[in-house]
Design a protein around this ligand. Sequence first.
Ligand SMILES: N[C@@H](CCC(=O)N[C@@H](CS)C(=O)NCC(=O)O)C(=O)O
Length: 212
Amino acid sequence: MIDFYTWITPNGLKISIALEEFGLPYKTHAIDITRGQQFSAEYAAINPGGKIPAIVDHEAGLTLTESGAILLYLAEKTGRFLPREGAARHHTIEWLMWQMGGFGPTLGHAHYFLTYNQGRAPFAEELFRKDTVRLYQTLDGRLEGREYLVDDYSVADMAVWPWVSRFQRHGIDLGDFPNVCRWYLQLAARPQVKRGYEVPHFTGPVPLPPGV
Ligand SMILES: N[C@@H](CCC(=O)N[C@@H](CS)C(=O)NCC(=O)O)C(=O)O
């Protein structure tokens, strides 16, 4: 059994979607970061950094934080959604790192300036709007003629998808990125993705672009 500590944010959704995809049994613990629960003494024992997500895999005696590390761990534990060797393995890790180091942090900042603090820092708004568009261009280019980010559906797709699901918050019209849109809708139709999207609780259906 895996204890899973999470909230309704993209970094948490990556892991709930992955746990559903891997079909691993888990127990969810909601850590409401809007009420400061990430700073409780109980949670600090699991992640002293006070961030979600985190897992405790009792079978392995392992406590793990950082969504990218958790995705790699689950893939290696199960032998699924991460090629074992060769170029496809390296490219899967490459796109996972692209999400961890660039796509996620940039979109997170875009949400902060464009949605939650609009008008307060025009320079930052401009910077993150531009960077967001550039990252979507990169993603759209990668998905040109490809079903998934690498050959088969992988932890890289699971890492990127929840951030795209916040497209409204970072001011992106998915219609401008047809390959991203096609890939996004294809994954959104997966029952595992739909179930993972409702963890730790239902916040509404998966957002769809206008006219879909
Ligand atoms: N690099 C970390 C980032 C985790 C992260 O930023 N989590 C956010 C929610 S998406 C959080 O816990 N924020 C609470 C806080 O910063 O106090 C990961 O990928 O797991």
